[in-house]
Design a protein around this ligand. Structure first.
Ligand code: FES
Length: 526
């Protein structure tokens, strides 16, 4: 099996029974904030795009690049579709000209002609990607590969059970706006960033250990930031709180925990994977490339300046009345929302900075009051500050997912009172009836699910499944005194009270071993 690195989470898998192109991403994403790193725009995409199968793991724009898919990927390719709850991905691909689809039943091996086997695991909670993320398992001629990309399943058992895996490709770096955009003292940002960076690596080691594949390929990040306004997010400034470590950092951190089987793919690197080993050729020595990272980024920044400027020129729509537009889009959804609105639980304020960089329009999305209105000098739970032009653009293109556009752009700052509230972001990624209904239904089901099993961790009896996304706490839970940390996403719980210390709601059922029965957990919404 041949694996060609094509940048970020993208790869082309070639076997004698057919080729699969995964997640090709070349054009900047999220308001021209993210670019693939290392640069992959100079690869021979005409040839790479001539494939038998296309697999797009999810709709995040660093995995689903509509322009590139339209221009460069053969429309004869059969799309291997994860079993997502909504039809958005299939609809978008159809609109780009794809006509052949194979909807892979979740977690079931599908045999394709010529002896190629695939299995897709679709993750479908409202917090997985933009309503869905997925992983692709491939087997041909005894060689097995798992392209986990940035999916976060609770464990990898379903893949491990299919036999020893030879190549495991997974994310290790950051892909979020936290903590950089928060209006915090630099020292606090560095401390939070450091914790996050360590957690990302810990999670990666756990997945690697789950599968024990012969070879581990760090993929799906980091992106690079070429706009001058975002340049500081590149991990080239010696900031230990930077959440975007690159593949060479992965190799050195991996070595510290005894990892010796890491393989970095540059765009254009080719790995031939067999049951007995892997040989890799690179377009240039990997070490040399990373030693010159800053020069690579600076050169890329100059080359892409025009692309960024052209994108920026398309954002302003002074004819749009932003308050009226937000009212029109958001108020009907506030009316429909039970769980998300209750979960947010308070007003969320948007401060929109005008074209002059000075004037500010303040708009509140009032979740309890179910309306969008001018800010009325009240206390708010979350405040976002961004350019008015970005919201104009979102309204102009009818964007249904402000996470997969505005928030991932990192072109905003944020302040909040109290804990992280996942419902805020879940709501703003569900600005369509289809998505909102799905998310509401998911939370409803999740709430009602009886999770009665308890396990003993140290001096505590706790519910077995994490109140966040059901990770098995016998594997991911670490108890330190009265505090439990679930290492899947790093959430912390105060065991005596059951309170989640990381996010609003999500109470855990816990009792000391010598107490009679665990205290009942409250609902995750408060
Ligand atoms: S499942 Fe996310 S922190 Fe436990």
């Amino acid at each position: 099996m041949r694996v060609t690195g094509t940048g970020h989470a993208s790869m082309r898998i070639d076997t004698a029974a057919g080729s699969i192109l995964c997640d090709p991403w070349v054009n900047p994403a999220y308001f021209a904030s993210w670019f693939p790193f290392p640069d992959n725009s100079l690869l021979d995409w005409e040839t790479l795009g001539q494939v038998d199968y296309l697999y797009v793991s999810h709709l995040h724009r660093d995995h689903f690049d509509a322009k590139h898919l339209r221009e460069f990927v053969s429309k004869d390719a059969t799309v291997l579709l994860p079993e997502f709850p909504t039809s958005e991905m299939a609809d978008e691909l159809r609109a780009l000209g794809f006509t052949k689809f194979l909807r892979a039943p979740n977690e079931q091996v599908v045999e394709l002609p010529g002896g190629l086997k695939i299995m897709i695991q679709a993750l479908t909670s409202p917090t997985d990607g933009p309503i869905g993320d997925s992983s692709l398992w491939v087997e041909y001629d005894g060689v097995r590969l798992l392209n986990q990309n940035d999916a976060r399943p609770t464990d990898l058992t379903v893949f491990a059970e299919l036999g020893h895996v030879h190549a495991h490709l997974l994310q290790f770096s950051g892909a979020i706006w936290y903590p950089m955009v928060y209006e915090l003292p630099q020292s606090a940002k560095t401390a939070f960033g450091k914790q996050k960076r360590e957690r990302q690596f810990d999670r990666t080691w756990r997945y690697i250990d789950d599968l024990k594949a012969d070879h581990v390929f760090p993929i799906a990040g980091p992106p690079c930031f070429l706009d001058d306004a975002l340049w500081q997010f590149n991990d080239i400034h010696g900031d230990e709180g930077n959440i975007f470590p690159d593949q060479s950092v992965f190799l050195s951190e991996y070595a510290k925990v005894g990892g010796t089987n890491g393989i970095v793919l540059l765009p254009g690197s080719v790995a031939e994977v067999t049951t007995s080993g892997a040989t890799t050729t690179h377009p240039q020595p990997v070490e040399e490339f990373f030693a010159n990272k800053t020069a690579h980024l600076e050169e890329m920044r100059e080359r892409k300046r025009g692309v960024i400027e052209a994108e920026k020129a398309s954002w302003r729509h002074p004819e749009i009345d932003v308050l009226a537009g937000m009212k029109r889009r958001i108020e009907p959804l506030l009316d429909e929302s039970i769980y998300l609105a209750k979960g947010v639980g308070g007003p969320v304020r948007f401060d929109l900075v005008g074209y002059d960089g000075e004037s500010v329009e303040s708009i509140v999305v009032d979740f309890p009051g179910k309306e969008v209105r001018p800010y009325a000098d009240e206390k708010v739970r979350y405040r976002f500050r961004t350019e008015r032009a970005l919201i104009e653009h979102l309204l102009h293109i009818d964007e249904v997912d402000w996470v997969n556009s505005l928030f991932l752009s990192c072109r905003f700052s944020a302040a909040r009172i109290g804990q992280y509230n996942e419902f805020v972001y879940a709501f703003f990624k569900c600005l369509s009836t289809e998505r909102l209904q799905y998310a509401e239904g998911w939370y409803d089901e999740h709430e009602r699910a009886v999770d009665a099993e308890d396990v003993t961790l140290g001096d505590w009896v706790v519910q077995r499944r994490c109140p966040h996304l059901k990770a098995d706490l016998t594997r991911f839970g670490i108890v330190d005194g009265d505090q439990l940390t679930c290492q899947l996403h790093g959430w912390k719980f105060d065991l005596p009270s059951g309170r989640c210390l990381t996010s609003v709601g999500h109470k855990i059922r816990a009792a000391r071993v010598d107490a009679e029965t665990p205290a009942p957990a409250g609902g995750p919404v408060n």
